[in-house]
Design a protein around this ligand. Structure first.
Ligand code: ADP
Length: 580
């Protein structure tokens, strides 16, 4: 359209040149012809020319005005129009050499614009229609050729997810890329099937290995139980004999016996620690909850270590926070075991200064309380890099010290496992060698209900008639002596049958039966006694750890257990419970 306008301007300029002479001489017919020629163009609707009176007529007019003394001559304007002057106007002004001014105007034909627009719309419509059809064809092709084959693949994958053996996808038609994808997918399925078979075989192998491992572990447990029994029984006998000898020997011999006692005790500790650790590793240790008084525990620990500390010229102090509830529930024997281990270590690894045990609440809840036990010493200390390692089994820092400290390297490993078993934490702190060490034990405990009783210290003297059935002569002698010293009347049976006969003939207030005896076992005897309706308390004497035989013994009819080796106090405490 711009081009058209430029063309019109060019035509106007050309027309101006040819129209100037007729304008100058006012040749109307020629002017009209020229305008008519313009209108003949398809895109020009009308043409108009406006011009001033040419100079020569102006001058004549002025002359007339002077001669005739008329009014001054006025410049006239002439206009000639051809066609219709509605619509967009393009004008062109020009002037001839004599100064005559004229304007040529044309009205552009709108129909042309409309025609152009119509053409454009029609063209666009045709192109649009064509594009839509093309797009539909492309989409159709895309869907049926590409998407449909992908969907078939997806459907197949969905189906084979639940199948035992994965089947390959069958796809004959489709784009090359999808066919390749399906091929790769089928190779993958083949591999998966191969590995699946392989894994199944491995799993089968593992299962049979696991069965073997389980039976090996059972054999190990059995072996441990046997070792425990075999070692603890002669230990009890030896300790018993030692106690008897100590009472009867001279002062000089007493000193030698004390050395023997120390050696036996450390052998006992080694056996106990090894067995304890093995049991913890087996996951056999159980948590037993009982009500206890934390002040009693503090006192007990103080009494236990006071003399040992004094012997090394060490101060041993126990502080118990007043904010701790008096009665708590938890596995006190395991807590005691950990604290005893920490304090014996503190005394062992400290040559001068002080050992402090502080017990205080860390977090106090409505039903639970977290107790913090802190064992601080001024001993040889631990390099910070070793603070975690010392909790590994058999880890000892012997090389760092310039003097030997006896031990097995199992105490802390056992303590840490016990603390974790109780839901707590055990960790150490030290600024380095020679700077002392602090051990922290954090344990969650329950607040005791007011009706759960605390075990009281038993009376020193007891009364009653007791049957002791034990096959080992040394143990017989030891237990008989101890029981008599407690004020009890004791009868001894050396095997199961003898025990059963005596029970049939006489009345007893309490029976102590060794579980393993030649002839009839303790378990069998109890079953027979209970069958007869005899309900007196019967206590099992065992070298096994109680947890191993507890269920079987309780089911047979035993009331309680005594685990060898057993101290005089423990024995008295247990018997007092049943004889009172
Ligand atoms: P043991 O005491 O039988 O060697 P433990 O497991 O109880 O075994 O301790 C492991 C090691 O941790 C000890 O050998 C010692 O090197 C270090 N250790 C433990 N307690 C202390 C302590 N209070 N001060 C310095 N070192 C300690």
């Amino acid at each position: 359209m711009k081009e058209r306008q430029d063309t019109i301007r060019l035509i106007l300029r050309h027309t101006a040149q040819i129209i100037t002479p007729p304008l100058k001489y006012k040749v109307k017919s020629e002017i009209e012809r020229i305008l008519q020629d313009l209108v003949r163009f398809e895109f020009i609707k009308g043409a108009k020319v406006v011009w001033e009176e040419p100079t020569v007529y102006k001058e004549l007019g002025e002359l007339d005005a002077v001669i005739k003394k008329k009014e001054p001559h006025k410049i006239k304007k002439f206009t000639i129009i051809r066609g219709d002057m509605d619509g967009k106007i393009i004008s062109y002004q020009f002037e001839d050499r004599s100064g005559m001014k004229a304007t040529l105007e044309v009205a552009i034909n709108d129909r042309l614009y409309q025609k152009i627009i119509k053409n454009i719309v029609v063209n666009f419509a045709i192109i649009g229609l064509f594009s839509t059809v093309l797009l539909c064809v492309v989409i159709y092709f895309y869907y049926y050729y590409i998407v449909a084959s992908i969907l078939r693949l997806v459907e197949h994958i969905r189906k084979i997810r639940t199948e035992e053996t994965l089947k390959p996808v069958v796809l004959e038609k489709g784009p090359k890329e999808i066919i390749e994808l399906v091929q790769v997918f089928n190779e993958l399925i083949e591999n998966i099937n191969k590995y699946r078979n392989h894994l199944e075989k491995i799993l089968e192998q593992w299962k049979s290995e696991a069965v073997k491992a389980k039976s090996a572990s059972q054999a190990k447990t059995k072996f441990l139980a046997n070792v425990s029994h075999e070692i603890r029984t002669p230990m009890t006998a030896a300790m018993g004999m030692l106690e008897m000898l100590k009472e009867e020997s001279s002062l000089a011999d007493k000193e030698k016996l004390r050395h023997l006692e120390v050696a036996l005790k450390s052998l006992g500790a080694l056996i106990e620690e090894t067995l304890d650790f093995a049991k913890l590793e087996e996951g056999k240790e159980e948590i037993k909850e009982e009500t206890f008084n934390i002040t009693e525990l503090g006192k007990e620990i103080h009494e236990l270590f006071e003399i040992e500390a004094q012997k090394k010229n060490l101060v041993f102090e126990v502080f118990i926070s007043l904010d701790i509830p008096k009665e708590l529930r938890g596995d006190i024997s395991k807590i005691r075991q950990i604290i005893i281990n920490l304090i014996s270590n503190a005394i062992k690894f400290t040559d001068k200064g002080k050992i402090t045990l502080r017990i205080f609440p860390e977090k106090v809840g409505e039903k639970f309380i977290w107790l913090h036990f802190e064992v601080k010493d001024t001993g040889c200390g631990i390099p910070p890099s070793e603070l975690e390692k010392i909790f590994n089994p058999y880890e000892r820092l012997e090389d760092l010290y310039n003097k030997p400290y006896p031990g097995t390297g199992l105490g802390l490993a056992i303590s840490k496992r016990l603390a974790e078993l109780l839901g707590g934490k055990l960790w150490a702190e030290s600024e380095g060698l020679g700077r002392g060490a602090i051990f922290h034990l954090l344990i969650p405990l329950k607040r005791a209900e007011s009706d759960s009783p605390i075990q009281k210290t038993p009376p020193k003297k007891l009364k009653g008639k007791v049957l002791l059935a034990e096959d080992n002569p040394v143990n017989q002698l030891y237990f008989k002596r101890v029981l008599e010293k407690l004020g009890l009347n004791v009868e001894v049976a050396s095997d199961g049958l003898e025990a059963l006969n005596v029970i049939n003939e006489k009345h007893f207030d309490l029976i102590i039966l060794d579980i393993r005896m030649p002839g009839l076992s303790g378990l069998e005897i109890v079953k027979r006694i209970r069958k007869k309706g005899i309900s007196i308390p019967i206590i099992a004497l065992t070298a096994h750890s109680v947890s191993e035989i507890e269920k079987e013994a309780l089911a047979s009819g035993f009331d309680d257990f005594l685990q060898k080796p057993i101290s005089r106090e423990e024995l008295a405490q247990k018997l007092a419970k049943w004889l009172s």
